[in-house]
Design a protein. Structure first.
Length: 425
C-alpha cells in the first residue's frame, strides 16, 4: 500500500505540474500575472512566494490550477466596508502588503477598518486607522503589493494591466491550450523513454498467437498464424480496433474475414458475454501475436506512434459512449486512477511509466473538450470573442464558468462514488 500511495503521488504530481506549467509559462510570456500555482485542491498545506507567484500544495489530490489575474475564477476576497486589515507601509510611503487574515501578523502593521478600495485601476485603500473614526485615512497602494487572504495565502494584487484580458487574443488562446499541449508532449517523451527501457518497440499484430482452451475462437476453428483482416466486412488494421468491435458484440454474431496461409475464409463467431468492472463486453479468447523493432528510429518514433495509438483508442471509446450510450463505468476518477496505479506498481516501473503516458493523453484530451471550466471551454470562449470582435461580459463568463464547474464537480462526485462501489464492494 505504501508503494502504491507513493507511486500515485508521483504520477499525479507529474501530471498536474506538467499541465499547469504549460499555462504558467505562456501566461508569463504574455505578461499575465500568475497569482498562484497550486498542486491539489481544497485546504492549503504548504505555500511559498517567488517572483510574484505563490506556490501552494493543497490537500485534495483531484487536480490543480494556475490562478491568473482577471480570469473568471480569480476572485479576490472582497474587502467590504468594516473589514479589519493591517497595512505594511514601505519607505516610499506606499502600501506594500494588506493583511486580511487572522492567521498571519504583519510586523509593524497599521490596523485599518476598510471603508473603500481600488486595487485594480487607481490603486488605493482607505479607512479608519486604529479605530479612530474621526479621520479617514487614504493610502496609495504599490503596483506589486500583496494581499494576505483569510486562509493565510499571500498573493499579489491584480492591477488591470497585468490581468488576463489585457493580453492579446492569440496569447490568451495559446495560454489556454498550453496545458493540454504539455500533456501531449509529456506522453511523447514518456513513450520514447519506455521504448528505450524495453529495448525496442513491440507491436501487437492482427495475427493470432493462440486461442484459450474452450474459447469461442478455438471452437470456431481459429488457430495460431491466422490473420483477422476484417470484421463484419469492415477492414481493420489494428488488433485494438478488432478487439473493440468484438467487445461491443456480446452474444451477437460477428463475421470475421480470416487469412489462413494463402486462403481467405469467412468465420462466424458469437462472442461470449463477460462483465468486467461493471461493463458487459464480448470476448472470443484470442491472444494476439507481437513483433519487435529494436532500431533507434523505431524507439524515437514510438514517442509519436505510441501517443497516436492511445489517442485513437480514447476517441474510439468516446465514440462508443455516443453511439452505445453513456455509462459512469466508462469514466474513472481519482479512485480508479489509484486502483490502476496499484496494479501498475505491482507490475514494475515500465508499467508505471506506461500508465503515466496514457493518463497524460487522457488528461490532455479531456481538457480540450468544449465544456465550460475546462481548457476547451475557455478556448471556445476565445473563438466566440474572435468572431464577435469583443469578449463576453465578465459577469456572463463567470456564470458560464460557474455552471460548468458545478456540473464537473457533480460528475466527479458521481464518478468517485461509482468507482468506490466498483473497486471496493
Amino acid at each position: 500500500m505504501i508503494v502504491t500511495i507513493i507511486t500515485f503521488i508521483i504520477v499525479f504530481g507529474i501530471l498536474v505540474i506538467v499541465h499547469e506549467f504549460g499555462h504558467f509559462y505562456f501566461a508569463k510570456r504574455a505578461g499575465i500575472l500568475v497569482r498562484e500555482f497550486s498542486v491539489g485542491m481544497g485546504p492549503k498545506a504548504v505555500a511559498f512566494r517567488r517572483h510574484a507567484t505563490t506556490y501552494t500544495l493543497r490537500l485534495l489530490p483531484i487536480g490543480g490550477y494556475v490562478r491568473m489575474a482577471g480570469v473568471a475564477d480569480d476572485e479576490d476576497e472582497e474587502l467590504k466596508p468594516g473589514t479589519p486589515v493591517s497595512l505594511q507601509i514601505g519607505e516610499d510611503g506606499l502600501v506594500h502588503s494588506i493583511n486580511a487574515s487572522k492567521k498571519t501578523t504583519l510586523f509593524n502593521g497599521i490596523p485599518l477598518s476598510v471603508t473603500a478600495t481600488d486595487l485594480e485601476k487607481e490603486l488605493w485603500i482607505e479607512g479608519y486607522e486604529n479605530g479612530d473614526e474621526s479621520e479617514l485615512k487614504h493610502y496609495r497602494v504599490d503596483h506589486d503589493a500583496t494581499i494576505v487572504e483569510s486562509d493565510g495565502t499571500e498573493v499579489q494584487i491584480a492591477p488591470v494591466d497585468v490581468q488576463f484580458q489585457s493580453a492579446k487574443l492569440w496569447q490568451r488562446m495559446l495560454t489556454n491550450f498550453a496545458g493540454p499541449m504539455n500533456n501531449f508532449l509529456l506522453a511523447i517523451v514518456t513513450f520514447a523513454i519506455l521504448a528505450f527501457m524495453q529495448g525496442g518497440v513491440t507491436t501487437v499484430t492482427t495475427k493470432v498467437q493462440d486461442t484459450t482452451a474452450n474459447s469461442v475462437a478455438r471452437q470456431a476453428g481459429l488457430k495460431a498464424g491466422d490473420e483477422i483482416v476484417a470484421v463484419n466486412g469492415k477492414k481493420n488494421t489494428s488488433a485494438q480496433s478488432i478487439s473493440l468491435l468484438i467487445q461491443d458484440s456480446p452474444n451477437k454474431t460477428v463475421h470475421l474475414t480470416v487469412k489462413q496461409g494463402s486462403q481467405t475464409r469467412q468465420i462466424a463467431v458469437k462472442p461470449a458475454a463477460k462483465t468486467i468492472s461493471g461493463n458487459r463486453i464480448g470476448q472470443i479468447g484470442v491472444r494476439w501475436a507481437t513483433s519487435t523493432d529494436t532500431s533507434l528510429g523505431a524507439k524515437l518514433a514510438y514517442g509519436f506512434t505510441g501517443s497516436w495509438n492511445i489517442t485513437k483508442q480514447i476517441f474510439q471509446v468516446l465514440g462508443r459512449m455516443v453511439t452505445h450510450g453513456f455509462s459512469l463505468n466508462d469514466l474513472g476518477g481519482p479512485v480508479a486512477i489509484f486502483a490502476t496505479t496499484s496494479q501498475a506498481a505491482k507490475s514494475g516501473l515500465r508499467q508505471v511509466i506506461y500508465l503515466l503516458a496514457v493518463l497524460s493523453i487522457n488528461l490532455g484530451i479531456v481538457n480540450l473538450l468544449p465544456i465550460p471550466a475546462l481548457d476547451g471551454g475557455k478556448i471556445l470562449l476565445n473563438i466566440v470573442e474572435g468572431i464577435r470582435g469583443k469578449p463576453l461580459r465578465v459577469e456572463t463568463e463567470s456564470v458560464i464558468t460557474l455552471i460548468g464547474f458545478g456540473l464537473l464537480m457533480l460528475l466527479m462526485v458521481l464518478v468517485t462514488w461509482n468507482d468506490i462501489q466498483r473497486y471496493f464492494f
